[in-house]
Design a protein around this ligand. Structure first.
Ligand code: NAP
Length: 248
């Protein structure tokens, strides 16, 4: 049964890392969080547990952002249960690094499918509901490398640069319906995604960060919470860098 005082939030890739921190930063007694992840991840119930511990409610679903059918089903269930979608955070993402000349077509396709097409599909489905509501907030998790470029990450960088273009276009198309669309561009954040990087690569990244340390998932999540709050209601089409000054 719909409760109009509740804020309903969808976070893609909420089972761990930055996505989990985003679920926690948005958690509260008046917020219901729906997150997905793919493939099956034994870590997912921990996000539900931590959100419940923070006094909120979260429900995880195994469904891939690359499948229009799975995402339509996922959002349909959210709307049936919650009645609205107030915030969408397109966070799900992967890397498949390699030098451009050696990059396999399947690694290019997989990264673009998850990181960019996934955000397009979720935005398209959620925006239809938000347009009916005449309000909503969409936040895309891009990356500083989407602006700066990065050797060995042509597929990832293209997907994150594409997300910035998607953000700016969606912001212009949806503003008249009271929907804001912004991007957050994290720098080097400690998570599973960066844990296995060679020590040399980690040192090289740290040397580019004026604040001299890697960020934590919470550093990104706090900015997402601000963008999802009423305090950011006059902000749209922007890219907020959370990188310790890696990009200035
Ligand atoms: P992570 O720890 O590897 O988590 C990735 C999340 O995405 C997991 O929840 C994963 O689900 C989910 N996912 C992957 N493929 C999916 C699919 N097809 N459908 C639905 N969910 C899927 O990564 P992270 O570091 O938290 O990164 C989160 C976002 O921040 C990504 O978009 C990443 O590009 C961006 N970012 C990260 C950094 C960084 O330094 N870490 C910097 C800039 C931007 P499973 O648990 O089921 O695998």
């Amino acid at each position: 049964m719909e409760d109009k005082n509740k804020r309903n939030v969808v976070v893609t890739g909420g089972s761990r890392g930055i996505g989990r921190a985003i679920c926690l930063s948005l958690a509260g007694p008046d917020t219901r969080i729906y997150f997905n992840f793919y493939p099956e991840d034994p870590e997912a119930p921990e996000t539900e547990r931590l959100v419940a511990e923070a006094g909120g409610a979260a429900k995880g679903t195994c469904a891939s952002v690359t499948s229009e059918e799975e995402m339509s089903d996922f959002f349909k269930k959210v709307i049936e249960e919650a009645g609205s979608i107030d915030v969408l955070v397109n966070n799900a993402g992967i890397t498949k690094d390699g030098l451009l000349v050696r990059m396999k077509e399947q690694d290019w396709d997989m990264v673009l499918d998850i990181n960019l097409k996934g955000a397009f599909l979720c935005t398209k489905i959620a925006a239809k509901q938000m347009m009916k509501q005449r309000n909503g907030c969409i936040i895309n998790i891009s990356s500083v490398v989407g602006v700066m470029g990065n050797p060995g990450q042509a597929n990832y960088v293209a997907s994150k640069a594409g997300l910035i273009g998607l953000t700016k276009t969606a912001a212009r198309e949806l503003a008249a319906r009271g929907i804001t669309v912004n991007a957050v561009a994290p720098g080097y954040i400690e998570s599973d995604m960066t844990a296995d990087l060679p020590e040399k690569a980690k040192e090289a990244m740290l040397s580019q960060i004026p604040l001299g340390k890697a960020g934590q998932p919470e550093d990104v999540a706090e900015i997402v919470a601000f963008l999802a709050s009423d305090s950011a209601s006059y902000l749209t089409g922007q890219v907020i860098h959370v990188s310790g000054g890696m990009f200035i």
